[in-house]
Design a protein. Structure first.
Length: 175
């Protein structure tokens, strides 16, 4: 597995002399880093879904996704990502199913979809990460597909935070 150095520590001698050689304090694989990112997004989206319960129909204007639409889109994207990474479903991807609107069910759907993404990512070898796939008609690697969809989901996270604040709701991690 490829290792990504995420942080190094350097220690100075007691006499204030030169720095001792730096050692790797923590190194993680690409798979571990991506899985951790999925866990972070799961916590944030599920937290927002919890505090926005009762406001899933709210949207800032016509032609724009509602709060619930955004959360359901994330569940759908995660299903597509799992299909892309594992090849399950013949590579067709998961179409949009029925919209989940019950708050507890939507929160659970978000958590489950991210748990499935984490499992799929953790099951990939370094060679698997470099395997070619098609996503939205574009050629990329499996790693690129994860990063592409995570980038999109970060944009939707910002959108969801703006929706919450527009409704006087503070994201749970900001309290």
């Amino acid at each position: 597995m490829r290792t990504i150095r995420t942080r190094t520590d350097c220690v100075r001698g007691r006499d204030g002399g030169g720095a001792k050689p730096c050692s790797v304090a923590h190194a993680q694989t690409t798979q571990t880093a991506l899985s951790k990112e999925a866990g972070t997004m799961s916590d944030k989206f599920a937290g927002l879904a919890r505090v926005m319960a009762g406001k899933y129909d709210w949207k800032p204007g016509e032609g724009v996704r509602s709060v619930g639409d955004v959360f359901n889109l994330i569940v759908t994207e995660n299903g597509l990502l799992v299909t892309t990474l594992t090849g399950a479903g013949g590579g067709r991807g998961g179409g949009r199913g029925a919209q989940v609107i019950a708050p507890e069910k939507l929160q659970e759907s978000l958590k489950t979809s991210y748990a499935n993404v984490q499992k799929a990512i953790e099951g990939l070898s370094d060679a698997d990460l470099k395997a070619p796939v098609k996503l939205f008609g574009r050629d990329m690697t499996k790693e690129d597909a994860v990063r592409f969809l995570f980038g999109d989901q970060h944009e939707h996270l910002g959108q969801s935070i703006a929706y919450a604040r527009s409704n006087g709701v503070v994201p749970p991690w900001s309290k």
